[in-house]
Design a protein around this ligand. Sequence first.
Ligand SMILES: Cc1cc2nc3c(=O)[nH]c(=O)nc-3n(C[C@H](O)[C@H](O)[C@H](O)COP(=O)(O)OP(=O)(O)OC[C@H]3O[C@@H](n4cnc5c(N)ncnc54)[C@H](O)[C@@H]3O)c2cc1C
Length: 395
Amino acid sequence: MSEASTSSYDVIIAGGGITGLTLACALKHSGLRIAVIDQREPQAVGKDYALRVSAINRASLEVFNSVGAFEHMQQLRVSPFRQMHVWDSSGVGQIHFDSAELGLDTLGYIIENNVIQLALQAVVQQSETIDWLCPVEIESLDISAAQKQVRLTDGSTLTTQLIIGADGANSVVRNAMGVELVRKSYQQQAIVCTVATEYEHQQTAWQCFLPSGPLALLPLADGSCSIVWSLDESRVAQMMALDDTAFAEKLGESFEYRLGSVKTVSARAVFPLGHGHVDHYVQQGLALIGDAAHNIHPLAGQGANLGIMDAACLAQVITDALQARRQWSAFHTLRKYERSRKGDNRLMETTMTGFKYLFGNDNPWLTEIRNIGLNVVDHAGTVKQVFINQALGKH
Ligand SMILES: Cc1cc2nc3c(=O)[nH]c(=O)nc-3n(C[C@H](O)[C@H](O)[C@H](O)COP(=O)(O)OP(=O)(O)OC[C@H]3O[C@@H](n4cnc5c(N)ncnc54)[C@H](O)[C@@H]3O)c2cc1C
């Protein structure tokens, strides 16, 4: 784009992460002219698995299939998981689900975040009505008039009647709206890396609740596992200071050697953990989706799934309004999206915080309660079904 140019769009999506790109793809047949802005291109697919992966549930897969992106993901790299095994390290409680019991081929897929973005981006780039503006940063927003303005760091200005904030936890759109997201820290961080284990992962997503925090091993198609290990900040510093051999030993021990010893460990990265939720998702001509609106603990692997549902819901609300010739960017239209999504998102945030407290504690009474709880869940059909629905993304 040339310096100081001005372009006009119907919709500007700030942020081309998983949720922003899903929204663009879901609006590709709407007839609206759309710009998606991001400051960086997704990383190319490498020989080694990327450190950031997401457990994508079946509800999200339906969305990816409906916009034609899942076939691109399959061509790049995806890893199915067919079972889930969750247990409490301080007792005997456990839950086990198997896709075969449910008459399904998989429970979902573990997919690298950059693979999801690249596949969605391929769909966006096939569309004549969507412009992918990248790499460029949003410098400032003027949202005071009906025609809103987005100024970019390349000197250009874009105008639009609807701005979507899909720009993540530090959203500039949310700030411009004057909406606050009070992020409460869990005083924990997550270590992520890829490991090879002695025994096969059996296409199972393994999750162990330790008093120090949850530890997940997610199965990858080449036989390795992606780990997410949540720990107090001081323990994270200790674990990051260990060499690979000592780290692998600590990891295997914490995981009770369920997959034998940990044989190799990739580079490690650390992410802060917190949760928060805005009170209002929408204003006239403005809406927030994904992490810009809510952050949750990654222990159930739901953050991206919730954002994908936000995107699908908002696209449906806009499309319905266009078809009914109603004001598709008006507050009362966008409120439908907020009303549909806020309850589910809040419920998930509260549930994850409750789990974090219940399991992140070695008080013997709580140990007893959670063991009874997990075992009841594993044996009682209806309660287990509720958990299965949550894992599959059904409500
Ligand atoms: C350790 C860990 C494990 C997780 N595991 C899972 C899982 O298994 N399953 C799951 O569902 N979720 C998981 N999550 C959560 C998930 O990663 C996030 O919820 C999801 O990535 C949020 O996507 P988003 O598109 O809303 O935001 P983001 O991914 O933050 O994307 C925002 C985009 O906006 C761009 N941007 C921001 N500001 C600007 C600006 N000023 N100008 C231009 N561009 C801008 C950024 O470059 C970025 O691309 C995990 C999270 C963590 C930390």
